[in-house]
Design a protein around this ligand. Structure first.
Ligand code: ZN
Length: 250
């Protein structure tokens, strides 16, 4: 019940923010709004190390850990807030537990949500970025990555990639022209053999519900990669828990 209450509060907040012309936050994306999960109890703070992901900004990192940009810049002796490098490790002083930062951009192009697995044991958005660049792609193919606790990211951490922050077509599902109209979400893991972790499922449900609500995407348009007509793949894996997923996102 508690979780449902938080979810409802989060969606409510999303809607409130979505209806504002400008979100009351320091942002370089003034027409966008951003969804946050409310804190769930007393906030325990501790220093954290953060590895900068593809396209990640100090603003996004600041919101993720609830630490000001100035404090992060001071702790890392940064002089230019725009000069972050992928793979750079940052000290985040007195970081709060991470919150998902899902920016909602005004758009009518997103009609589907496509769920993938990475088909790897571990990895992060940065790892997939490098692998996809090696294939000659411009950037990582997915719009979002939901981590599984490997590679220095936390279990259930939601990473937004440049495909999302720049509102680019994806490179995750050519079948059904989904790259130009489907938001690609990749869960790290191989769900032919492993289970989706409870935290990954919680984050996936939160992300999918946030996107469904804001872009008015019906449940019938939320699909596993392999369920897209013409796609020949078992992605996101034979063990993907569809009944639990649909129970939490319908
Ligand atoms: Zn896939």
């Amino acid at each position: 019940m508690k979780r449902i209450a938080y979810l409802c509060a989060a969606i409510g907040l999303t809607l409130v923010l979505a209806s504002c012309a400008r979100a009351p936050v320091k942002t370089s994306l003034p027409t966008a709004s951003t969804a946050y999960l409310p804190p769930s109890g007393p906030v325990m703070r501790q220093d954290a190390i953060h590895t900068v992901g593809p396209g990640e900004t100090l603003w996004r990192i600041s919101k993720t850990y609830d630490v000001s940009i100035d404090d992060i810049m001071g702790a890392n002796r940064l002089t230019d807030s725009s000069k972050l490098e992928m793979g750079q490790r940052l000290l985040i002083p007195q970081a709060a537990p991470i919150k998902p930062v899902i920016t909602i951009y005004p758009s009518n192009k997103w009609k589907y949500i496509i769920v993938h697995h990475s088909a790897t044991e571990g990895g992060t958005a940065l790892d997939f970025y490098k692998a996809h660049r090696d294939r000659g792609w411009e950037t990582i193919g997915y719009h979002f990555v939901i981590d599984n606790g490997s590679g220095g990211k936390q279990d259930g951490q939601i990473e937004a990639t440049p495909r999302w922050t720049k509102q680019m077509d994806g490179a995750h599902c050519a079948a059904g022209s989904m790259n130009s109209r489907g938001i690609g979400i990749c869960l790290v893991g191989n769900f032919n053999y492993e289970k989706v972790s409870p935290k990954q499922m919680e984050s996936l449900a939160y992300l999918v519900n946030t996107l469904k609500t804001n872009y008015r995407i019906p449940s019938s348009n939320v699909l596993g990669h392999g369920k897209v007509t013409g796609a020949k793949t078992d992605c996101p894996g034979k063990k993907f828990p569809w009944s639990e997923f649909y129970a939490r996102t319908r």
